[in-house]
Design a protein around this ligand. Structure first.
Ligand code: HEC
Ligand code: HEC
Ligand code: HEC
Ligand code: HEC
Length: 214
């Protein structure tokens, strides 16, 4: 009896030791759906672009590029931004955490920017909504996630809902807040995968795949 219990607690202790060791490597960390903390790395929008730019795949990159999200960092250099910053005693909004936290995905890795592929200039990019991409962006992985064979969340891929949006679309610290109605706003940034592309492992992407793995 006694021995069995000891053995079991040893197994449990070992499990915790292993899981904490495995999950806490790498520079950036994100809380995934409130679960235990796992660590995923940002890759930047140029990686996503490699496979998400063709008309056949749905041009997600080109569609995103036309939205305000892609210009969110530029916006911090406008007269309106400078006036707002002055009022709040901020010298340069493009270097101020108070602004960057909602205007640039790369804010999440601000203290390690020189070692990152992601840049502040890309503004609010894919990984703000979908999660850091390093672990899920391989073609095989992405196709398997899409097919429901792999749990995207376990690799850091987020299926964004209103909850993700309102982290930034909140009046707190945001003087330019406009009422946020998810059902209306989501219509303004559509980027679906066309039905024709479903399940297709594009041969043309082989090159991109090889590049993504480096
Ligand atoms: C090497 C190619 C490749 C790269 C790089 C890539 N993707 Fe994908 N992605 C795919 C493929 C292929 C699919 C599945 C599409 C299909 O089956 O039609 C997919 C699907 C997705 C889906 C839908 C998943 C689902 O379950 O509905 C999202 C979201 C996504 N990608 C986001 C991203 C983001 C964000 C990045 C950059 C961090 C990225 N992808 C980088 C190839 C790629
Ligand atoms: C990381 C912060 C952040 C997240 C997350 C975010 N947004 Fe935004 N959003 C912004 C900022 C900043 C702007 C203003 C960009 C600008 O004009 O410079 C904006 C602008 C917009 C606009 C107006 C610009 C346009 O192109 O029409 C829409 C619509 C929008 N967001 C929808 C959404 C939706 C829907 C979600 C969730 C799926 C979302 N946003 C998530 C920061 C964010
Ligand atoms: C909590 C997130 C958040 C913070 C912090 C934030 N912003 Fe924004 N900002 C937004 C969102 C979201 C929008 C888009 C407005 C909308 O559609 O609701 C926006 C829009 C703007 C706009 C565009 C206004 C327009 O309509 O043309 C400017 C300029 C701006 N922000 C400057 C700043 C400056 C400067 C700071 C720092 C002092 C800052 N923001 C901090 C989220 C934020
Ligand atoms: C502002 C948040 C936001 C940004 C930025 C964003 N997405 Fe999405 N994305 C979403 C949401 C929300 C959905 C789900 C749409 C829905 O349910 O209607 C989605 C869905 C997708 C899908 C699946 C579409 C489908 O038909 O199932 C792909 C692929 C995708 N995004 C890729 C990208 C790529 C690549 C980028 C960057 C170039 C990007 N997204 C930028 C919020 C975002």
């Amino acid at each position: 009896m006694h021995d069995g219990r000891l053995a079991r607690s040893l197994v449990i202790a070992l499990f915790f030791l292993l899981s904490s060791g495995i999950f806490l490597i790498g520079p950036s960390s994100t809380e995934v759906l409130g679960a235990e903390e796992e660590t995923f790395e940002y890759v930047g929008v140029t990686k996503c672009k490699m496979c998400h730019k063709s008309a056949k795949q749905g041009e997600q990159f080109g569609l995103w590029e036309k939205t305000g999200h892609a210009k969110a960092f530029e916006t911090l250099a406008t007269d309106a931004a400078l006036a707002e910053a002055k009022e709040r005693g901020i010298e340069n909004p493009q270097t101020a955490p108070e602004c960057l936290k909602c205007h640039a995905t790369a804010f999440a890795v601000m203290d390690d920017l020189e070692n990152q592929k992601i840049t502040l200039e890309e503004g609010v990019s894919c990984e703000s909504c979908h999660g850091p991409g390093k672990s899920y962006m391989k073609k095989k992985t992405m196709t398997a996630i899409r097919a429901g064979e792999v749990d995207g969340a376990s690799l850091g891929l987020i299926q964004p809902t209103e909850e993700v949006c309102v982290e930034c679309h909140t009046p707190e610290g945001n003087s330019f807040f406009k009422e946020f109605v998810y059902e209306e706003r989501i219509q303004k940034i559509p980027h679906p995968i066309p039905e024709a592309a479903e399940g297709e492992a594009e041969a043309a992407d082989a090159e991109a795949e090889a590049e993504a793995e480096t």
